[in-house]
Design a protein around this ligand. Structure first.
Ligand code: NAD
Length: 368
């Protein structure tokens, strides 16, 4: 038996409901493959703000660092929404743990489950064969750059009248681009051998550095991988016109945030998409969606993105490929049999049966 320590961070909204299903699946797949999991659990995001006034208490980071992997659900909700820069916000928990664990790579696979091909708003012929990996830089760029909001006595208004001003800075260091580029090229080598690097090099200096470094790494160490550059605005269009042409997309933090949500919608169901955040130490796994406050507490959330993030954990943190394949097969079988949560039900599939969160987890376990 191999024992792993897992830090559970349920967070807010539907978080506690879906993470319970992730744990159910972990225990079932572990029992089958000779893996045991010991869990620690902590509050993060809004729940942590309510309990102790901050979104990421220092003890959580220590707990996460001591674990072999972190399974997070989602944070946030209207209760904690504020534009007051002095008030704590749930997202600080998320950004803080990414920074604290040095999770500079975010992987988001986008694949179509055959049973759900009708869920996309795109035409079937456009999404056929879509299998791409978004590689997003996660600890640099504008989300972590210098920022300020201040009252400017002279210069905020068109006529030089006083008013508020704010700025954020997008900054990248060479080594930050170097290491994310390598992750993308490595991922491409295990896939179809093509990297598309997304930037805004016609306007931004940080993008020009991005492009230079990506090309240098390519020439020096990955000449066998095909590399193309694309401007981020063009990429936003191409992603919905020819998504099947992409293999690995690599981009900086904010572009990646936006494009990965767009890519997620190619499948038509945010409730199906998992992500892995990797660095040099403990990795973190979470669904791509948020805390869905509109359906929280009703027991109807789709737990499959959380369960597929368990699949990624098995693959990337524990190198348990067979166990990971088993989870994916079980999810595929459940969908093929017509089981759906409300968000992925189309009302048109003949054998469709709508179930709640907990039952969906049980069905995956049954198939395991
Ligand atoms: P969201 O992803 O929470 O919800 C968008 C829509 O998708 C909602 O209608 C929701 O009901 C639905 N949805 C999402 N996940 C679902 C699931 N598993 N099953 C069924 N339906 C699902 O995005 P939002 O509404 O923009 O944000 C809500 C809150 O979540 C905000 O506070 C936001 O800041 C936060 N958020 C957190 C994360 C994170 O923790 N990683 C990511 C995005 C948003």
């Amino acid at each position: 038996m191999i024992a792993y320590k897992i830090c559970l961070l349920p967070g807010d909204g539907i978080g506690p409901e879906i993470i319970a299903e992730g744990v159910k699946v972990l225990d079932a797949v572990g029992a089958k493959h000779g893996l045991t999991f010991a869990y620690t659990e902590a509050l993060i995001g809004g729940a942590a703000i309510d309990a102790c006034g901050e979104a990421l208490p220092a003890s959580i980071l220590e707990m996460a660092k001591a674990a072999d992997a972190v399974l997070l659900a989602a944070v946030g909700g209207p209760k904690w929404d504020t534009t007051d820069p002095d008030k704590p916000r749930p997202e600080q928990g998320l950004l803080g743990i990414r920074k604290g664990l040095q999770l500079y790579t975010n992987l988001r696979p986008v694949q179509i489950f055959d049973a759900l091909s009708g869920a996309s708003t795109l035409k079937p012929e456009v999404i056929e064969g879509v299998d791409l990996m978004m590689v997003r830089e996660l600890t640099g760029g504008v989300y972590f750059g210098r920022r300020e909001r201040f009252y400017d006595e002279a210069g905020a208004g068109v006529d030089g009248t006083p008013g508020q001003r704010a700025y954020d800075t997008m900054e990248y260091r060479e080594y930050e681009i170097d290491r994310i580029a390598r992750q993308a090229f490595e991922a491409a080598r295990k896939r179809r051998g093509k990297v598309t690097s997304v930037d805004k090099a016609n306007v931004l200096e940080s993008s020009r550095l991005w492009r230079e470094v990506v090309h240098r790494i390519h020439e020096e160490d990955y000449p066998d991988v095909e590399l193309e550059d694309i401007l981020v605005d063009n990429c936003a269009m191409q992603l919905i016109t020819r998504p099947a042409d992409f293999d690995v997309l690599v981009t900086e933090n904010m572009f990646g945030d936006i494009l990965s949500d767009e890519a997620a919608q190619i499948t038509g169901s945010l409730g199906m998409l998992a992500s892995a955040s990797l660095g040099d130490g403990t990795a973190l796994y979470e669904p791509s969606h948020g805390s869905a406050p509109d359906i929280a507490g009703q027991g109807i959330a789709n737990p499959l993105a959380q369960i597929l993030s368990v699949e990624m954990m098995l693959r990337y943190s524990f190198n348990a490929q067979e166990a990971a394949d088993d989870v994916r097969r079980a999810v595929t079988a459940v969908l093929d049999a017509g089981w759906r949560t409300g968000d992925i039900a189309d009302g048109a599939t003949p054998k469709e049966k709508v179930v709640d969160t907990s039952r969906m987890g049980d069905l995956v376990v049954d198939h395991l």
